[in-house]
Design a protein around this ligand. Structure first.
Ligand code: HEC
Ligand code: HEC
Length: 305
């Protein structure tokens, strides 16, 4: 054909369109052909190793498997899947942490800070455990929230900042209680007490009312001193707040726009009492290792005591 001359002898498929439009039948480039065969081989091998084809109500599971430890503590093999992979990886991570937990349990609280390697484990593992279990209430970094959850990152403690006190708090939980005074005291008396409470931490207050409030504070009618102490610095055995330290958990004094708002915040606490601060107990929910880890972590957050 004339076309063959034009195409210099290259074979055509024999199809002709529009009288002279032809399709050349060139062989595929060698590299392309081999790459194509290679992908087929790859796919076959891949199907054999990993889960692939559906088969009735099941599927081809592949030869590769993942060995992990089941809840009974026995080694178990499962076909390759991301869930088993995650299980295995987290078990490996835990196994790597175990020597540190052992060291943590063997080291007395007072000596942990002298072991820099152990301390850096406490800071990193403690941060994760805190985010998982505690930050939902105490907020990231233990910053707390006025009216709800105490700040754990300051060095002010309701229940004490020693290792023993923090461990007891986490293990058994806490629930602060203060009785309501709306019925027992007159509005004038509550106003006087609130002025006294504000004056204790240097907030503006009415001098005369504060003086009357002070007398009431130490009287047996109000008996505030019984829980908050003769010096109003609180009692950590029952979590009664220090009223002289400018740190507020329930009465939002720092958030008060003006003197009247601050006064109202304190009066609300005296009138209504407190019974809402519930710190859950973690014994049984966290392992003794995790409780010790968090005790050191929280102690460190607050600068320790
Ligand atoms: C459901 C919310 C909640 C969770 C979760 C929670 N806490 Fe608390 N926590 C509180 C409350 C509320 C208080 C204050 C109790 C009170 O005032 O009587 C508190 C008090 C504390 C205190 C005492 C602070 C002080 O000033 O003495 C420590 C320490 C503490 N929590 C640590 C933790 C740790 C560690 C975790 C995680 C394992 C945790 N908390 C989880 C609500 C929570
Ligand atoms: C039975 C013990 C008890 C008595 C009595 C008591 N309180 Fe309290 N008070 C507490 C406790 C415990 C807290 C902290 C509660 C918590 O954290 O859950 C508290 C908290 C407060 C707060 C909030 C502090 C803050 O950080 O926001 C104020 C204000 C206060 N008391 C004032 C008084 C005054 C005034 C009286 C006397 C009229 C009084 N309390 C009597 C136990 C007591």
């Amino acid at each position: 054909m004339a076309d063959n001359v034009q195409n210099q002898g290259v074979q055509t498929t024999g199809h002709v369109w529009d009288g002279d439009l032809q399709e050349l039948n060139n062989p595929l480039p060698t590299w392309w052909t081999y790459s194509f065969y290679a992908t087929i081989v790859f796919a076959l091998v891949y199907w054999l190793i990993y889960p692939s084809w559906p088969m009735g109500s099941s599927f081809l599971k592949g030869f590769s498997g993942i060995t992990y430890t089941n809840v009974q503590g026995e080694e178990e093999q499962w076909h390759w899947n991301t869930r088993a992979k995650l299980l295995k990886e987290s078990q490996e991570a835990l196994a790597m942490q175990q020597p540190y937990y052992d060291r943590l349990m063997q080291t007395p609280y007072q000596q942990i800070s002298q072991d820099p390697e152990l301390m850096s484990f406490v800071v990193s593992a403690g941060k994760v455990a805190f985010s998982d279990n505690c930050a939902g209430c105490h907020q990231a970094g233990g910053a707390g929230k006025v009216g709800f959850f105490p700040n754990l990152a300051d060095d002010d403690w309701l229940y004490g900042g020693s290792f023993d006190a923090i461990q007891a708090t986490i293990t058994h939980g806490r629930r602060g209680y203060m009785p309501p005074y709306a019925e027992a005291l007159s509005p004038v008396q509550v106003d006087e007490l609130a002025n006294y409470v504000l004056s204790l931490s240097g907030e503006p207050a009415d001098g005369t009312k504060a003086a009357n409030g002070k007398a009431l504070f130490h009287s047996h009618a109000a008996a505030c001193f019984y829980c908050h102490g003769e010096n109003a610095k609180g009692r950590q055995d029952i979590g009664a707040a220090n009223l002289t330290d400018k740190v507020w958990l329930w009465a939002d004094v720092p958030g008060g726009q003006d003197g009247a708002a601050k006064l109202a915040a304190v009066k609300a606490v005296i009138n209504g009492g407190l019974n809402k601060g519930v710190m859950p107990a973690w014994e049984g929910r966290l392992s003794p290792e995790q409780i010790k880890l968090l005790t050191v972590y929280v102690h460190e957050l607050g600068g320790g005591k």
